[in-house]
Design a protein around this ligand. Structure first.
Ligand code: GDP
Ligand code: MG
Length: 163
């Protein structure tokens, strides 16, 4: 069985860009506006000898009245249930948000290998902006740039480590 990695995070943090990077495909739709990826989206990835499956998520309703937890029940929760490892993506340029805290609270309740990916970190390695994400209680944030490919290889290695 190939290990399954789910990409989870609030809209616009770069999950679909990361999905494309991890699967070397253009399958996921990358958009400048939030909430476009309506359905879970599967892709095949390979790192060296290791094959894996990536699930992109992101169908949170732009309408905030639905609430992120409710949307997660419909979409992200299912992807997380199917996953062996969860990459929790945050946006280091936007900084920590209330939605990030909501997602962290949810992820603490699932018994999964969770890796925190601080995306949009091109040119920002070891930057002080990374420090605030420790607050999420998800361990050390890994600086990545999905758009530029930086840190993606070691992110995948860390996600696949237990498998
Ligand atoms: P999603 O909603 O989480 O799937 O986010 P998308 O992958 O659709 O990306 C949202 C926006 O962030 C797009 O404009 C991307 O081009 C941009 N983006 C994604 N990754 C990076 C990155 O590593 N660096 C920068 N600067 N922008 C990025
Ligand atoms: Mg998306």
């Amino acid at each position: 069985m190939k290990p399954v990695i789910a990409l989870v995070g609030r809209p616009n943090v770069g999950k679909s860009t990361l999905f494309n990077r991890m699967t070397k495909s253009r399958d996921a739709i990358v958009a400048d506006f939030a909430g476009l990826t309506r359905d879970r989206h599967y892709g095949d990835g390979r790192l060296g000898e290791h094959d894996f499956i990536v699930i992109d998520t992101g169908g949170f309703e732009p309408d905030s009245s639905t609430g992120i937890v409710k949307e997660m029940a419909k979409q992200t929760r299912q992807a997380v249930a199917e996953a062996d490892a969860v990459v929790f993506v945050v946006d280091v340029r936007a900084g920590l948000s209330a939605q990030d805290h909501d997602i962290a609270r949810y992820l603490r309740t699932v018994n999964k290998h969770v890796i925190l990916a601080a995306n949009k970190a091109e040119g920002m390695k070891d930057a002080p902006q990374l420090a605030e994400f420790f607050e999420l209680g998800m361990g050390e944030p890994m600086a990545v740039s999905a758009a530029h490919g930086q840190g993606v290889r070691s992110l995948i290695e860390t996600a696949l480590e237990p498998f």
